[in-house]
Ligand binder design. Structure first.
Ligand SMILES: [Zn+2]
Ligand SMILES: [Zn+2]
Length: 215
């Protein structure tokens, strides 16, 4: 398959890489239909986040069609042909953090959690396409991706919403929403957001429903 790979500091290259395969019974393979570039990819490209290796497949925001599922994934949960958005953290669904719905803190999916702890001050879950300190998982700026614990994270899209309308559920929208929630923003508050990612506008109505417009 073709994939966008890290090729050294400030250099990325689209290359031929091996197709992903089912490695564990709870894996799925997703044929990617849409993927995004994140502001935090800049930290990989410019070398701020260490442990990237030449040829690492980038991308932690992607969605697509399930084309293969491992024997351990319940067909009630996920089956071939399902359309899914894949969240960026990989979560086992069974540890104490996952039980508390703190999926980005999953204690089982990042074999290099100790290195992440040195960098961030705390361990993190495995993350797609985000260096070896988050597990070295191949990312989604590619034609296909292996999704571990596919019965936990992937969000099935069972409507006719377009890729562009749901892709941001992989990171951008929930991350921004969480930030807004942590700020306890109230209706009529005016807030400014500084960032290096896509430009958009959040608004909250009197029922505290938050909407997002991509500008
Ligand atoms: Zn992101
Ligand atoms: Zn977990």
């Amino acid at each position: 398959m073709r994939a966008n790979t890290w090729a050294g500091r400030n250099k990325v290259e689209v290359r031929d890489v091996p197709d992903p395969k089912i490695l564990n019974s709870r894996d799925a393979i997703v044929r990617i239909t849409s993927t995004a570039i994140c502001g935090s990819d800049l930290h990989l490209v410019d070398g701020y986040v260490p442990t990237m290796q030449d040829g690492d497949v980038m991308g932690h925001e992607f969605m697509g069609e399930v084309i293969e599922v491992g024997s351990g994934v319940s067909r009630d949960r996920l089956r071939v042909g399902d359309r899914v958005v894949v969240p960026f953290p990989i979560a086992c669904g069974a540890c104490a953090a996952c039980a508390a719905e703190l999926y980005s803190c999953c204690e089982n999916t990042n074999p290099n959690a100790g290195i992440a702890e040195k960098m961030f001050g705390h361990p993190v879950a495995g993350i797609f396409g985000y260096s070896h300190l988050t597990g070295g998982f191949a990312g989604g700026q590619a034609q296909y991706a292996r999704v571990p614990f596919a019965d936990v994270g992937p969000l099935k899209i069972e409507s006719d919403l377009s890729d562009e309308q749901v892709l941001f559920l992989s990171d951008i929208l929930p991350t921004g929403y969480m930030g807004a929630e942590m700020c306890d923003i109230q209706p009529s508050d005016v807030v400014a957001v500084w960032g290096a990612g896509p430009v958009g506008q959040f608004a909250m109505d009197s029922a505290r429903t938050v909407s997002y417009t991509h500008l």
